[in-house]
Design a protein around this ligand. Structure first.
Ligand SMILES: NC(=O)c1ccc[n+]([C@@H]2O[C@H](COP(=O)([O-])OP(=O)(O)OC[C@H]3O[C@@H](n4cnc5c(N)ncnc54)[C@H](O)[C@@H]3O)[C@@H](O)[C@H]2O)c1
Length: 455
């Protein structure tokens, strides 16, 4: 075993990508998973994934460079550093279960106890702050029969990655975050990243709890930006002569461009749960959790605001096409997806829904269980009373928009260009009030209340 040998425990979406990134950087990697079929597929070359860069990385493997196993002890003996990237499912109280990490740590600790050389563990999975010191480090120490610093090390080393971009997040991160139990362990984890990253990302070395808070606070900040841009979208949707994109474009000079497009509520497997977990932890330590809770509430209210725009455009008994059912383009995942919520709400409100997504049709069919019709081709969504663009999909470009000649197209992303806008029956870009006839604010009592506010 050399320092070129690392192991990855948990060969799911992130773990397999980490394997591909590490082997591309020249490491010999042992991967561990509890699912035998996954281990077998990785060893016999039948494993497949859509995650960009992974299949290419695995195709470059040199003989003997990678082995998958169900035995964590084998992985510990073949390596000096183990990354743990197992699921941390949300629980009903807003926290994350550490159960699977602790299981993996115990197995690693037991195997490390039989080694003479040092072993460092880097936990990548998202955890609630305080997890490392309260549960993870004690579980590792107990199983190994050693304390931190005595041939044993621990780091909390979360990645800032997104589905569909996991490889990019691993090899060209903005920074590498390492919450270290001791400087040697931090240095060992930093050395691996230095070799794996292809940019000059700095390493930020902090305590484990600082890294834990940084990780989920980063997601809360991102959700706050999305919710803020969505607030502006709704505002611009109600007042004449305002275009949300022109406002966010201007604001971005001071506030930055990322996650700053007014559109639909955020979803996915990370943002909603991480933001709620920060609120739950703040409640636990007696700190006002107003901000993360307000973001969550604003996100949910925004979904209902967009729903009202669609309900206003289509009477009960009418048909609505929903284009985009995944939680974002480029994935089949529908966790907390707005397209799915919208389809479900519309069908509960007596509208017939036809949905389409380039990757998530099967997932949507299962989740909505017959409540909407899944279309074979996107144009089927255009032959409805209204069609909602719920995701800014690449496929919008190749669609035949003349099929929407008598359809109201509600474009949550302002994704259609002028040529396509001209072809549709009525174009409703959310966040821009364009209809010249309605260039007045119609809220009841608006005129008098405006005078009070400006008196
Ligand atoms: N997917 C993302 O984009 C993303 C982004 C940021 C953070 N995360 C975090 O990363 C973690 C893992 O995410 P994922 O998307 O890769 O999950 P995943 O469900 O795709 O994969 C997890 C893998 O771990 C395996 N596993 C479970 N228990 C195990 C054990 N005791 N030993 C070995 N393997 C075990 C599972 O069989 C599975 O293959 C989660 O905490 C998640 O919050 C994920």
């Amino acid at each position: 075993m050399t320092s070129d040998a690392v192991s990855v425990v948990g060969l799911g979406k992130v773990g397999v990508t980490l394997v591909a990134a590490l082997t591309t950087a020249g490491y010999r990697v042992t991967g561990v998973d509890v699912v035998e079929a996954q281990v077998k597929a990785l060893n016999d070359g039948s494993f497949r994934t859509n995650e960009p860069g992974v299949m290419e990385g695995l195709a470059r493997l040199k003989p003997g460079q990678f082995l998958a196993t169900i035995d964590p002890a084998e992985a510990v003996h073949r390596s000096s550093l183990s990354f743990i990237i197992v699921p941390t499912p949300s629980n009903t109280l807003g926290g994350f279960s550490n159960r699977l990490i602790i299981e993996a740590l115990r197995a690693i600790g037991k195997a490390a106890a039989k080694k003479t050389g040092p072993h460092v563990v880097a936990v990548v999975s998202t955890v609630l702050p305080k997890s490392s010191s309260a549960q993870l480090i004690p579980a590792l120490e107990e199983a190994a029969g050693r304390r931190m610093g005595d041939h044993l090390g621990f780091c909390y080393n979360p990645s800032f990655i997104a589905q569909g971009d996991v490889m990019k997040g691993l090899i060209t991160p903005e920074y590498v975050l390492i919450g270290e139990s001791d400087p040697q362990s931090g240095a060992a984890v930093e050395a691996v990243h230095r070799r794996m990253v292809t940019n000059d990302a700095p390493a930020v070395r902090v305590t484990p709890i600082e890294a834990e808070i940084t990780k989920i606070a980063s997601n809360t900040h991102e959700t706050m930006r999305v919710a803020f841009a969505n607030m502006l979208l709704a505002l611009c949707n109600e007042v004449p002569d305002a275009d949300v994109d022109r406002i966010t474009h201007a604001l971005a000079y001071r506030l930055g461009r990322r996650f700053f497009k007014g559109a639909v509520p955020y979803g996915g497997p990370c943002w909603p749960r991480d933001n709620r977990a920060l609120a739950a932890f703040m409640d636990l330590v007696g700190v006002p959790s107003t901000l993360p809770n307000a973001i969550d509430r604003a996100n949910s209210d925004h979904g209902h605001y967009v729903l009202r725009q669609v309900l206003d455009a289509v009477p009960r008994g009418g048909t609505v096409g929903v284009i985009g059912l995944a939680y974002k383009p480029g994935t089949s995942m529908i966790d907390r997806s707005f397209g799915i919520d919208l389809a479900d709400w519309l069908s509960a409100e007596g509208r017939f829904v036809v949905g389409w997504d380039p990757m998530a049709n099967e997932e949507a069919r299962r989740a909505l269980n017959g409540r909407i019709r899944i279309a074979e081709k996107p144009e089927d969504c255009l032959k409805c009373n209204a069609a909602v663009i719920a995701l800014p999909l690449q496929q919008l470009t190749g669609m035949d928009w003349s099929q929407a000649a008598s359809t109201v197209v509600i474009d949550c992303w302002r994704a259609l260009d002028e040529a396509k806008r001209c072809k549709v029956g009525r174009y409703m870009p959310l966040g821009i009030q364009r209809d010249l006839k309605s260039r007045v604010i119609t809220t009841p009592g608006y005129r008098e209340r405006f005078d009070h506010l400006t008196n």
